[in-house]
Every structure is written in structure tokens, then in C-alpha cells.
Design a protein around this ligand. Structure first.
Ligand code: BG6
Ligand code: MG
Length: 210
């Protein structure tokens, strides 16, 4: 293993909670049922595909234009929450683990479906930390398609066999598996049958990547 590719939301930081808050606000406003279980299905999935999952519970049909508007509204709420983030929101555990992996010689990259990746890394003080960033702005298909991780590996100049993918989403583990990557799962990602390593916490990476 020469490199580690990290998902962002729910792995490097807790922005998965902000996604939930922003979608919940939109769902409540439109009288659509939404809960944590539905939210878990949105992990790793693009903004528009997430909205389609939420609208499964809607009692009316929405036009494409209305859907674009709803997605933009959700993103505006989400971005307001992101503005409150600072380097203090990067946990000590994540910070120390990332620094240790770098000291051990691993190349480090981000592989996230989010189009807000650069803003989040900036807020956390990680704008220049990673060797490569593959995100929602350079892909045409979001997870579970492996594109985002294949691009990250390409940007790093590594083959998938040499990269470990770190994920909290089942869709992310599927993407890693289909792309030929080993994976380390957190939370519900550990339930995916194809996860290579099941982790209790982020620092377990230091036992996996010696
Ligand atoms: C992923 C999240 O990282 O990014 C998903 O797990 C989210 O829940 C997706 O929908 C897209 O994010 P954004 O910031 O582009 O709306
Ligand atoms: Mg995630």
C-alpha cells in the first residue's frame, strides 16, 4: 500500500451531520418525511441523486426546474453551516492520524462526491495538505461508481492495488471494490460485504497502514 484515498463527509469531518440538517430543513418545509435512516442512504451519493431518494416519500411530483431549485436551496443552507467551521473542527484524532500516515511515507488524497470539497478543506485548514483532490467537480458519475477513486489514483500516479480507500458509506465501499481498491470502513460502511478492513475509529488506520 502506497497511498490512502479518503472520503470527506463523515470521514475527515462531521459534515455528514450538516447534510442531514440541511436536507431535514428542506424536507420539513415541503412536508416530506425524512429521518436518519433515509439520510444514511444519501452518504456518498450526489446532491441530485440524494434529492431523488428524499422525494421517494413525497406525495406530489416535482418538475426538473423545481428539483433544481430545491437542491440549490438545500445547498445554500449547507454552505451557511460550512461557513461556521474552522480548523478547531478538525479532530485531534484525524489530525494526528493524517500526520502519522504522511510521516510513514503514504501519499494522501481526497475522493469525495461533494462539490463543496475545496471550501470544506479550506475551512478546516487543510487546503494544501493533500497530494491530490478528486471530488464532485471532476466526475460525471458519483459513488457507487468508482470514477472518483480512479481519478484520485490517477492524480496520485498510483494504481488502485496500491491505494486504500477510507469510507463511511456503503456506496463508497461498493465504488472502491468495483474500482479494484481495498477499503477501510467506518460506521455503516463496515456492514458492506466487500469491505476489506472494519474500523471502530479513524486511528485504526495506523494499524492497517504500518
Ligand atoms: C458526499 C455526501 O460526500 O457528497 C453526500 O456523503 C452528498 O451526502 C454528496 O450528497 C454531494 O455533496 P455536495 O456538497 O456537492 O452537495
Ligand atoms: Mg462520507
Amino acid at each position: 500500500m502506497k497511498a490512502v484515498i479518503f472520503d470527506l463527509d463523515g470521514v475527515i469531518c462531521f459534515t455528514d451531520k450538516y447534510h442531514y440538517i440541511a436536507w431535514k430543513k428542506l424536507a420539513d418545509k415541503n412536508g416530506i418525511y425524512f429521518d436518519e435512516d433515509i439520510n444514511n442512504r444519501l452518504r456518498g451519493v450526489s446532491r441530485m441523486a440524494s434529492l431523488d431518494i428524499i422525494l421517494e416519500k413525497a406525495t406530489k411530483q416535482y418538475t426538473e426546474e423545481e428539483k433544481e431549485y430545491m437542491a440549490a436551496e438545500k445547498n445554500a443552507t449547507y454552505v451557511e453551516l460550512l461557513k461556521e467551521m474552522s480548523p478547531a473542527d478538525l479532530s485531534e484524532e484525524v489530525k494526528i492520524t493524517l500526520e502519522s500516515l504522511r510521516t510513514r511515507g503514504y501519499k494522501l488524497a481526497i475522493g469525495s462526491s461533494s462539490k463543496n470539497t475545496k471550501m470544506i478543506l479550506n475551512q478546516l485548514g487543510l487546503a494544501d495538505f493533500f497530494d491530490a483532490i478528486s471530488d464532485g467537480t471532476n466526475i460525471t458519475k458519483s459513488k457507487p461508481d468508482p470514477e472518483v477513486f480512479l481519478k484520485a489514483a490517477e492524480f496520485l500516479g498510483e494504481t488502485p492495488e496500491n491505494c486504500l480507500v477510507v469510507e463511511d458509506a456503503k456506496a463508497g465501499i461498493q465504488a472502491a471494490f468495483d474500482g479494484g481498491f481495498e477499503s477501510a470502513g467506518l460506521g455503516e460502511a463496515t456492514e458492506h460485504p466487500n469491505v476489506t478492513y472494519k474500523m471502530d475509529s479513524f486511528k485504526d488506520l495506523l494499524d492497517i497502514c504500518k
